[in-house]
Design a protein around this ligand. Structure first.
Ligand code: NAD
Ligand code: ZN
Length: 251
């Protein structure tokens, strides 16, 4: 595959937005939602990652998240996360807008020593699986303890108001954080290149990020092994795996 031109676009760009989805973490062992390995028992993510599911059976939802937290904690950033983090450290103007809740972009940056403040250039549109927040008040915490989801009365509760805590992620049917979304759209509008990695492009409003770049005259690169809803938008579609192509684009 000829990567020379896309490499040159990235190299010459003042601002690059990497727009990532579950596929960038697939080779770290984090299951995607839509693949077959994305199923948990017989449940689909759409049946568990909703406010209605949490109202109906918070214990079941927490059991699933406890399992996912364990999975993510046991995974490590892969060569794609690492190449992106490296680019963020080596040059200015590389931003990440991710749909992932796994924190692997942040971990890749921290593993390289990071730079104070640079983690702010990673925008997690759908929240963070490692954080919990109150289902009622504004309390939020980094929750590093394993959650005991064996019974309703063992679920974690808010130290401020006593209501149930919930994972700090955006569920189907919920609004994204308005400031994070606005900031992402602003970055997308000013980007010379939007590099789309590992997303089916089916979840809105996140999938608008590359559309905004294209609409503002920036270039869009779509990278992944299968056809996506964003291919039609792309100046170049790069078929392949994230760990193979992302380091080649930035290296
Ligand atoms: P998706 O599951 O809909 O699509 C994943 C995409 O990644 C597919 O296009 C697939 O072909 C591609 N892919 C698979 N392996 C790849 C590889 N090795 N390299 C590059 N691409 C690869 O994921 P989505 O578009 O991110 O939407 C799912 C939603 O679920 C998101 O909104 C996200 O919040 C959530 N989710 C997050 C995680 C996570 O945090 N890691 C995991 C699952 C789901
Ligand atoms: Zn509370």
């Amino acid at each position: 595959m000829d990567l020379e031109e896309p490499r040159a676009w990235i190299g010459a760009a003042r601002t690059v937005v990497v727009f990532s989805g579950a596929g960038v973490s697939a080779e770290s062992g984090v299951p995607t939602f839509r693949g077959e390995q994305g199923l948990w028992r017989s449940y689909r993510a759409e049946d568990l990652a909703t406010p209605a599911a949490f109202r109906r059976d918070p214990r079941l939802v927490w059991e699933w998240y406890a399992w996912r937290r364990g999975l993510v904690a046991a995974c490590a950033p892969n060569a794609a996360h690492q190449a992106i983090a490296e680019a963020q450290l080596m040059r200015s103007g590389v931003h990440v807008v991710t749909q992932n809740v796994d924190g692997l972009h942040e971990r890749a940056l921290r593993a390289r020593g990071g730079v104070p403040g640079l983690e702010r250039s990673i925008l997690a549109l759908h929240g963070s699986i490692a954080h919990s927040r109150c289902s009622t008040c504004s309390y939020r915490e980094l929750d590093e303890h394993p959650v005991d989801a064996s019974a309703l009365d063992r679920l974690p509760r808010c130290p401020r108001c006593g209501a149930l805590l919930r994972p700090d992620v955006v569920w189907f049917g919920e609004r994204l954080d308005a400031r994070t979304l606005d900031h992402s759209f602003d970055l997308a509008a000013g980007a010379d290149v939007c590099l789309v990695v590992g997303t089916s492009g089916l979840v809105e409003p996140a999938a608008s990020v590359p559309r905004i770049t294209a609409g503002a005259g920036g270039r869009v690169l779509v990278l992944g092994p299968e056809e996506t809803a964003l291919d039609g938008l792309a100046d170049r579609v790069l078929r392949g795996r994230a760990t193979e192509l992302v380091p080649a684009l930035f290296g």
